[in-house]
Design a binder for this molecule. Structure first.
Ligand SMILES: *Cc1c(COP(=O)(O)O)cnc(C)c1O
Length: 357
């Protein structure tokens, strides 16, 4: 098989053991003589997968009592709407730190009174706003912990005077999280915990049921809490692979071990970006993401961009072209991206620098 160093932003690299378990389960799921995509979602074999997946979430993130863990369809983008419908009664505040945060705010505005408490739009979302005050009369405050496109990240679980809601699509399971500080955490699986097609939601039960609007059955979190994420047919294959991915995270030593490795990988790559005369990072240093490393050609070397992309591609680098709205380069180095891939990219940057000295 062709060797690829996969830096795609999502869907993206997944652990090899999870892919192998998926191949096996596609052929024969737990000795049933059927594929995992052929069995009934009401079978005991399938229910065991759902139970294991939920338990792994609770164990890995140390989720306290009083929270439910849900697996839904529709992508993180549909959660932008879910959150507002289920929680917005009078007023909601958003931290506008990038493209996804802006999209989340747009959906909330369609439902009620929602606004940006602070924004980093003035500098093209290259930093995380600080020193703003969160009004105490909000129904909730929404943050995007990792800005996948611009490569910034909120590194700490903040104290918040109102229920805190977080889109953690691209940094979930990359570090320990104090779930008790959040009222709701959601994200698409396809960045760090599985394939596309499933969304995770961790919700504090007591924050629900407080809005006066009519909630369509499928858009009411309580439907899915009651149905244990099987009110309707769940995305079985995506959930299966997510479960295998979480088993792998656990076998690596859990989120603490992931965090140490992620800091190491990101540190190496940022060090090279800062050292190498041909490249510069685009995000404010203190806010640099451990997951999505964004950089561009240094001033005066802009004309080398396409040449570097071709040079890196030749050496097996995949997916390092920056998002179409940013340009330059982005290396997404999620949990399952091996340190060898980061080393290969660094070697590539060093070799390219030598060629142009
Ligand atoms: C990718 C991404 C989304 C959108 O996810 P979909 O599942 O494609 O809707 C939302 N938020 C963040 C932070 C993302 O990285």
């Amino acid at each position: 098989m062709k060797k690829a160093y996969n830096f795609n932003a999502g869907p993206c690299v997944l652990p090899k053991p999870a892919i192998e378990a998926a191949i096996e389960a596609l052929k024969d799921f737990k000795g049933t003589g059927m594929s995992v995509i052929e069995v009934s979602h009401r079978s005991k074999e399938w229910e065991a997968v759902m139970d294991e997946c939920r338990s792994l979430w609770k164990e890995l993130l140390n989720i306290p009592e009083g929270y439910s863990v849900l697996f839904l369809g529709g992508g993180a983008s549909l959660q932008f709407l879910y959150v507002a419908m289920n929680l917005l009664e009078n007023k909601a505040g958003y931290l506008e730190t990038g493209v996804w945060a802006k999209k989340a705010l747009k959906e909330a505005k369609g439902i009620g009174n929602a606004y940006a408490v602070a924004s980093s739009a003035d500098k093209n979302y290259t930093y995380i706003p600080k020193g703003y005050e969160i009004p105490t009369d909000l129904d909730y405050f929404h943050i995007t912990t990792n800005n996948t496109i611009k490569g910034t990240e909120i590194h700490e679980d903040m104290d918040c005077p109102v229920p805190l809601v977080a889109d953690m699509s691209s940094d979930i399971m990359s570090r320990p999280v104090d779930v008790s500080k959040y009222a709701l955490i959601y994200g698409g699986a396809q960045k760090n915990v599985g394939p596309a097609g499933v969304v995770f939601v961790i919700v504090k039960d007591e924050i629900l049921g407080k809005v006066s609007r009519y909630l369509p059955t499928m858009l009411d979190y309580r439907t899915h809490i009651e149905g244990e994420s099987m009110f309707n047919t769940p995305p079985v294959f995506s959930i299966f692979v997510m479960t295998e991915t979480l088993k792998w995270v656990k076998a690596q030593g859990g989120v603490k071990a992931m965090y140490e490795l992620n800091k190491k990988k990101a540190g190496m790559l940022y060090d090279e970006i800062d050292r190498n005369s041909l490249f510069v990072g685009t995000a404010a240093k203190e806010d640099r993401s451990l997951m999505n490393v964004c950089f561009v050609m240094a001033p005066g070397h802009e004309d080398l961009q396409d040449e570097f992309l071709a040079f890196a591609k030749e050496r097996g680098m995949v997916g390092i072209k920056g998002h179409r709205s940013v340009g330059g380069f982005r290396a997404s180095i999620y949990n399952a991206c091996p340190i060898e891939a980061v080393e290969a990219l660094i070697a590539c940057m060093q070799e390219f620098e030598k060629m142009h000295k």
